[in-house]
Design a binder for this molecule. Sequence first.
Ligand code: PEP
Ligand code: MG
Length: 318
Amino acid sequence: RLQQLLTFKDKEAITQDGHKVALYANVGNLSEITRTTELGAQGVGLFRTEFMLMNATEYPNEQNQFLLYCDALHVLDGCPLTIRTLDIGADKDLPFEHHAHEENPALGIRGCRYTLAHPELLKPQLKAALRAANHGSIRLMFPMINQIEELDSILQEIEICKQELVSEEVGFGDFEIGLMIETPAAVMNINSLLPHLDFVSIGTNDLTQYTMAADRGNPQLTKAFPSLSPAILNLIKMTITAAKVFDVKVSLCGELASDKRAVAVLVGMGLEELSINLSSLLEIKSTICDGNYNNWQTLANSALKTSRVSELHELVCN
Ligand code: PEP
Ligand code: MG
């Protein structure tokens, strides 16, 4: 089976009736970025930068982050690197950061809420990414943004970083700006966020957790409230529809994109970019190459009309 999947490595993800899907990879370190190109992904759709710091004794400075991003871009050889700024807090604490105790960490100071309060973490990362953009294709992505006020603060921080680089006489390149869509509020506010963005990427892991009010790490709950459910599909559809109106690229990087059962519905709903775990990449590509987009659009329309999780699962498994 693996041998058979490996034949898809250098093929495009394109359905039997000629509909193309861009497949990117989810990674957490440089060696995974190397495997990305070996598996024939079109780039990195989600670099979880906090992952590589889980065992670090200190926060890498701007120069070291810059060198790492340059190494990554070199490996990617022209393909985009989507750098997500540190998504710490909730279940992800860094050893060198003292994170105050919170009663409900998933609902606490996490993601951009944390980094906006800690410019000593955010600014070196932004400046390193802006500098690296001189050496390849950088997409900067921000986690846990709910509303325009937070995006304003992010854009302001980016402006400050640019000005500092100019006064330091250090060059920087063009880059794209995007958000994770991972809370119901981000979906409801999507029309006010999109005009400022080049892309969005739907994070179904947190979007499911926050929509269902169900801890994503609790298997008892995730079984009853899965990402592959009518509520989440409708939120995804709303995001895709709005993004198309504003001509903003839309991707999906949550676990749902790595779920073989979901790919027909996701592509059928109009997603043209998916970012996938390395272990599922070839499997998803082979599923797309076997599929028919026309049929998948019909399937997606039916899926959006289901009311029960079981009904939806039966539909997509047939
Ligand atoms: C998500 O929330 O779906 C996501 C991709 O981000 P993470 O799993 O790192 O929270
Ligand atoms: Mg998330």
